[in-house]
Design a protein around this ligand. Structure first.
Ligand SMILES: [Zn+2]
Length: 214
């Protein structure tokens, strides 16, 4: 299921084309309305699809769109950071999109991956949701869809609206024990580690998120 779609304004699209050109080292613009040949994306075209997806998440997270805010991840950096949360943005040109991760290339280093369908023709993106690294590892399976074995997971994914809730822990201490040591439960959101410690395998995000004050 697609949670939300964004239609790109012309100025957003132009900005993305500039970034894609720079990333691909290609300085020749692509004519508007040109169709991609299936499965044979040029370097510029595949960069553009990735940039559009990153830009869509930026817009969704309420960030201004400009070239400085589209840093782009290489293999070991997250594409975007929101609050304390490192986000890997995965673009797809198929619906329903599958989340495909090359396990050997260690593509999934961020806390979560966000799956975005990109329509170049319509200049639209659709959010298909996100998944934490831990949950993806548990629910994905090794599948060969034609480009070698990948870890693959099909929808549904988690609702993007939850991102605003999970991107940072509560700013106040636990009302019961007055400590600030939160963990994120798959079902129940931010939970006090002292009062309700997690059992193995129920943490959404593997790392501890401590409150800001001592
Ligand atoms: Zn507590």
């Amino acid at each position: 299921m697609c949670y939300e779609s964004i239609s790109f304004k012309p100025e957003w699209w132009d900005e993305c084309e500039k970034v894609a050109r720079r990333r691909s080292g290609c300085h020749i613009g692509m004519g508007k309305g040109k169709e991609f040949k299936d499965g044979r994306l040029s370097s510029y075209e595949s960069h553009l699809v990735g940039v559009i997806a990153e830009a869509a998440v930026c817009i969704y997270c309420g960030q201004e769109l400009n070239r400085e805010i589209l840093p782009g991840g290489d293999g070991h950096r997250p594409d975007l950071v929101m609050g304390d949360l490192a986000i890997e943005v995965k673009a797809s040109q198929y619906t329903p999109p599958y989340l495909r991760i090359d396990a050997q290339a260690e593509e999934f280093q961020s806390d979560i991956a966000m799956l975005v369908f990109v329509s170049i023709q319509k200049r639209e993106t659709e959010f298909w949701g996100w998944i934490s690294r831990e949950e993806f590892i548990e629910k994905s399976s090794l599948t060969d869809l034609g480009h070698g074995e990948r870890l693959v997971m099909k929808p549904p994914f988690r609702d993007p609206a939850l991102l605003h809730t999970i991107s940072s822990p509560p700013k106040a201490p636990c009302y019961a024990c007055r400590r600030e040591d939160w963990w994120l439960s798959w079902e129940g959101g931010w939970t006090c580690r002292v009062c309700h410690p997690p059992v193995e395998g129920v943490e959404w995000l593997g790392m501890a998120r401590h409150g800001s004050s001592p």
